[in-house]
Design a protein around this ligand. Sequence first.
Ligand code: SF4
Ligand code: SF4
Length: 150
Amino acid sequence: MARLPKRTAKTKQTPPPATLGFGMSKRKDPVWQCVEGCGACCKLDKGPSFATPEEIFTDPADVELYRSMVGSDGWCVHFEKSTRKCSIYNERPYFCRVEAEVFDKLYGISRKKFNTEACRSCMDTIKSVYGPYSKELGHYNSTVTSSNTS
Ligand code: SF4
Ligand code: SF4
């Protein structure tokens, strides 16, 4: 699921510029999309720099469901590591969906800021799970920037 680092979760801080670490300002702004072969957000236990379920959810049932999904290695029990796909994709919980309504509900992020924050969330998550110099992060960066045709 899209689980934001503590700096954005429910703090409503002003986000930094939309360059999102993609380099100089003349680069294209990224357009959010989920990329094949990633799955970083399905590592549910990402450590202390990410908000806890109790900090994210107001409904105790969501906390309970989230915690029930965390496997002993920190990955979601529904995540297929060999394919890096969700085994319950069509029935996955609402909080797994990177959608404007979900970001608004969970993090207080407006629709206008959704694209920027969703890209940032993926970048932070991929960095945390696969590393800042990982091929996964490189693939993500090139995909979301090249999808901007403007
Ligand atoms: S971190 Fe982003 S790109 Fe990676 S699986 Fe999750 S939503 Fe998709
Ligand atoms: S239910 Fe699916 S999308 Fe949600 S964290 Fe688990 S594997 Fe990922």
